[in-house]
Design a protein. Structure first.
Length: 109
């Protein structure tokens, strides 16, 4: 048995869990925050049999795409009276970070 922990963009969490459920996989979603932009993420936890692992990973790949976004950088420390006009910077957001762990014991009550 495997435990899959996927950290995904919050926009991808709902489509991902819907696709997992349609294919018969169970998942738990935890709202998280972090990363470079301090944006909302979701940590999706999935327990699966070894033979279904590739199916789960395929569903994650299909539903968690990277995209570009423009953000304004933080202004530098400036002296009073100086003016700062930020130029938006293009960054890549989304995708998934996936950890796959071996499960040595599983119990369901």
């Amino acid at each position: 048995m495997k435990l899959v922990i996927a950290v995904v963009h919050s926009q991808d969490a709902r489509p991902l869990t819907d696709s997992l459920m349609r294919q018969g996989h169970r998942a738990t979603v935890i709202s998280t925050t972090g990363g470079f932009l301090r944006e909302g993420n979701a940590t999706v936890i999935i327990g699966t049999q070894d033979e279904l692992l590739e199916d789960v990973l395929s569903i994650i790949r299909q539903n968690c795409r990277t995209r570009t976004k423009y953000v304004n950088p933080l202004p530098p420390v400036m002296e009073p009276g100086e003016m700062y006009l930020p130029n938006p910077v293009e960054v890549e957001v989304g995708g998934a970070i996936v950890f796959v762990l071996d499960v040595t014991r599983f119990e369901k009550y």
